[in-house]
Design a protein around this ligand. Structure first.
Ligand code: CP
Length: 312
């Protein structure tokens, strides 16, 4: 594997999940693999889990880590070819990416969608520019349209908790007061397409994700109907895709409750707004897998870094 930009970059999701489960048994067993090598984590947006779990994964592999919160500590980068840089942008990504490549053996990047310009977000400007101009592997720590480290952690969590060969998994939209990106939902859908599962997406009418992403998926607008006999319910808000980045619905009837969840396991990538997205009774119950998902972020990152290190 050269880069990890989307879940489909893995040769095999199933084999990678099994490899991660093995790594969990003895996390430092490949401590020598990263010796003498460095990973640079560049954050254009904030993080709790992604920053700490990726750093922990690097430590487990013996990698040195350098972190820069580029959004608050750096200056604005120019991404346009041939730009006359006489305005606010101080450095072109051409130089920035090459410079980072001199200091590190792998670069991992977080750069969220701006949610104002669909075309620009879908062009994945930051990630693709680093892929083009850096000469080291690039890891996606959540980009405009995808969060494949989260999706891999979710796949590990599903594998560890499933009791049926072909579980029913429901991705349910939930209300949120702020406009959130589509990245987590997009990558969860992409990951579920690689699974042997009865997969259903439920959201209010008008809240369709990118149809290219959900092509072939079952979509049910009646949440109660969708949740029937579910084994896993993955709850996530996303802002409107058609009226790009708008919050057009905050209907609290879509909040996940203990009653709606039934006997299913509850999943969410975190951070989550309690009693808006999901009620306390779910979060505080033993049906919640959120802590397992967060723990598996380390092993998702670790298995990806291990595969990249092997191919360096
Ligand atoms: N789930 C997730 O990516 O969490 P952070 O935003 O805290 O990294």
């Amino acid at each position: 594997m050269k880069h990890y930009l989307q879940i489909n970059d893995l040769d095999s999701l199933q084999q990678t999940v099994q490899e991660a489960i093995e790594l969990k048994k003895e996390p430092t067993q490949f401590k020598k693999l990263g010796a003498g090598k460095t990973i640079c984590l560049l954050f254009f947006n904030n993080s709790l889990r992604t920053r700490l779990s990726t750093q922990k994964a690097a430590i487990n592999l013996g990698l040195d880590t350098i972190v820069m919160n580029f959004g608050s500590e750096g200056w604005q980068l120019e991404f346009e070819e041939g730009a006359v840089m006489d305005q606010g942008k101080a450095e072109h990504v051409k130089e920035a990416a090459q410079v980072v490549s001199q200091y590190a053996d792998i670069v991992a990047i977080r750069a969220f969608a701006g949610l104002t310009d669909k075309e620009a977000d879908e062009a994945e400007l930051v990630l693709n520019a680093f892929k083009k101009y850096a000469n080291i592997p690039v890891v996606n720590m959540e980009s405009s349209v995808g969060h494949p480290l989260q999706a891999l952690a979710d796949a590990i969590t599903l594998e560890e908790n499933k009791t049926a060969q072909k579980p029913k998994v429901v991705l349910s939209w939930a209300p949120h007061p702020r406009a959130l990106p589509h990245a987590v939902a997009n990558s969860f859908v992409a990951m579920m397409k690689l699974q042997d599962a009865d997969f259903v997406i439920t959201h209010p009418e008008g809240y369709e994700l990118n149809p290219e992403v959900t092509k072939g998926c079952k979509i049910v607008h009646d949440q109660e109907e969708a949740l029937k006999n579910a084994n896993f319910v993955y709850v996530k808000n996303w802002s409107n895709y058609q009226d790009y980045g708008q919050v057009k619905n905050t209907d609290s009837n879509w909040m996940m409750t203990k009653e709606k969840l039934g006997k299913a396991k509850f999943m969410h990538c975190l951070p989550v707004r309690r009693n808006v997205v999901v009620e306390d009774a779910v979060m505080d119950s033993d049906q919640s897998l959120c802590m397992e998902q967060a723990n598996n972020r380390t092993f998702a990152a670790q298995v990806v870094l291990k595969q990249l290190l092997k191919d360096l």
